[in-house]
Design a protein around this ligand. Structure first.
Ligand code: ARG
Length: 462
């Protein structure tokens, strides 16, 4: 039976097509907990303020708690033709408890109700994502700790550049995830204000206490302008942006994991649990998990751009366009939480092939910069001249088919006799890595400092 859209004015039952387009219950049923939570806080406040009787509040409370149980047990199915989650729950409440149920919507509109429910959902999931980020940070820290002297070629332009260690590389991602964590938490604080009681757009003549509902829902305070509050979706845009940036970081890491697990690199081996085979090529082991993580960044960017586009040009205050705010956020939140859980598991179980990384360090004359720096420091040669001398040394190594660290002293001196024996130590890749001991640099001791700083940061988190 086609149900009528909520209205006192529209008398005929609405078109089936209108309902298809209009009804949000198929997706906003995900907000049932938040909707009940908001209604419990609202009705308690109405009773405290003497706007409804204590008796009505008690039956509303019992009715809502019963509905919560029935939804959770599956006894009350939300696969129905109500317009949205708010109408479905209010309608069922009234069916259950009679007239008291009809008093619940006093001093409230669906505009502030949906803004409150959705904000509760976003705040809850912001905290969840932040905690999953912290778990990943811990995992990456453990990998870093075990690999502060595992040499690998550091790259620019995907070309071998200078020797670094694997711990350093992991700490680069820890730095990104720390910023992501802080971004989520600052959004949480900025948006932790309650729109409940703003009613349709202009507030209400009833003597409500918005401070009370704000506090009981875990918000810091009520929002200060109702017209803004019912039309603000910045909190949703922020979680979409924060997820997009985080997924961009995960996508960059995934790209590296995909490269590193190829036959050309073999720096890592993903556990068999996180790789798949090919349906035709029996020898294949494919890095599907990092590929999916890389691919999923696309869809979360899409969700961000969708909502930005929905919101632009909307006049104040609520417009039905805004019902389009939810599906993208639900999708991005699910994508983000699943991705973080998978990433953590995959990183914990991945094997690091130290020998392959070390071998790769012998390609590309990684310590060439050290030779140039040596010529400047020890022989007082101008850097640009030292740079050219080093270029000639690299050419010699190339013609001999060796790495510059493998050239003999005689060979080095055939290019420039100011090169002394001590250079042989300096050209060693491990020495080169450990020479970069400036703050934030790659030396093992610098990386240990970085690890300590992050551990201290974690310890001081509230
Ligand atoms: N389902 C609606 C939404 O998600 C609830 C708000 C409806 N408000 C209104 N004035 N029609 O946005």
């Amino acid at each position: 039976m086609a149900k009528k859209i909520a209205s006192a004015r529209i008398t005929t039952s609405s078109s089936q097509l209108l309902q298809e387009l209009n009804n949000s219950l198929p997706f906003d049923k995900l907000l049932y907990r938040e909707d009940i939570q908001g209604s419990l806080a609202h009705s308690q406040m109405l009773a405290t303020q003497g706007i409804i009787s204590q008796e009505d509040y008690e039956s509303i409370k019992n009715g809502l708690n019963e509905i919560l149980g029935e939804i959770e047990s599956g006894e009350f199915s939300l696969d129905r033709d109500d317009e949205d989650i708010h109408m479905a729950i209010e309608g069922y409440l009234t069916q259950k408890i009679g007239d008291a149920g009809k008093r619940l919507h006093t001093a409230r509109s669906r505009n502030d109700q949906v803004a409150t429910d959705f904000r509760l959902y976003v705040q809850k999931n912001t905290k969840l994502i932040a905690s999953l980020l912290l778990k990943n940070i811990q995992t990456f820290l453990d990998i870093a700790k075990a690999n502060t002297s595992t040499l690998l070629p550091g790259m620019t332009h995907l070309q071998h550049a200078q020797p670094i260690n694997f711990g350093y590389h992991m700490m680069a991602y820890v730095s990104m995830f720390k910023r992501d964590y802080e971004r989520f938490m600052s959004s949480f604080e900025r948006n932790n204000y309650s729109p409940l009681g703003c009613a349709a757009l202009a507030g209400t003549p009833h003597p409500i206490d918005r401070e009370l509902t704000a506090k009981s829902l875990g918000f810091d305070a009520p929002t200060i302008n109702c017209l803004d509050s019912v039309s603000d979706r910045d909190f949703a845009l922020e979680i979409l942006f924060n997820i997009s940036t985080m997924m961009m970081h995960i996508s960059r890491l995934s790209e590296e994991l995909i490269l590193w697990s190829s036959s050309e690199f073999r720096f890592i081996t993903l556990s068999d649990r996180h790789a798949t085979g090919s349906s035709i090529m029996p020898q294949k082991k494919n890095p599907d998990i990092p590929e999916l993580l890389r691919g999923k960044s696309g869809r979360v960017y899409g969700n961000l751009i969708s909502l930005l586009t929905v919101m632009k040009s909307l006049p104040l205050a609520y417009n039905k366009d805004m019902q389009e705010d939810k599906e993208g956020v639900f999708d991005s939140v699910r994508t983000a939480t699943l991705s973080l859980m998978v990433l953590d598991e995959m990183m914990s179980e991945m094997r690091i092939n130290e020998d392959k990384m070390l071998q790769a360090c012998m390609i590309g004359h990684l310590s060439a910069t050290d030779l140039a720096d040596y010529l400047v420091k020890k022989a007082g040669i101008a850097f640009r001249d030292a740079y050219h001398i080093t270029g000639n040394v690299v050419n010699l190594a190339e013609t001999k088919g060796v790495d510059i660290s493998e050239l003999s002293l005689d060979e080095l001196q055939s290019i420039d006799d100011r090169i002394q024996e001590e250079v042989l130590d300096i050209l060693d890749n491990r020495a080169s890595m450990n020479a970069r001991c400036s703050f934030g640099g790659t030396s093992s001791s610098s990386v240990e400092t970085q690890i300590k700083i992050i551990e201290e940061w974690i310890k001081n988190l509230k």
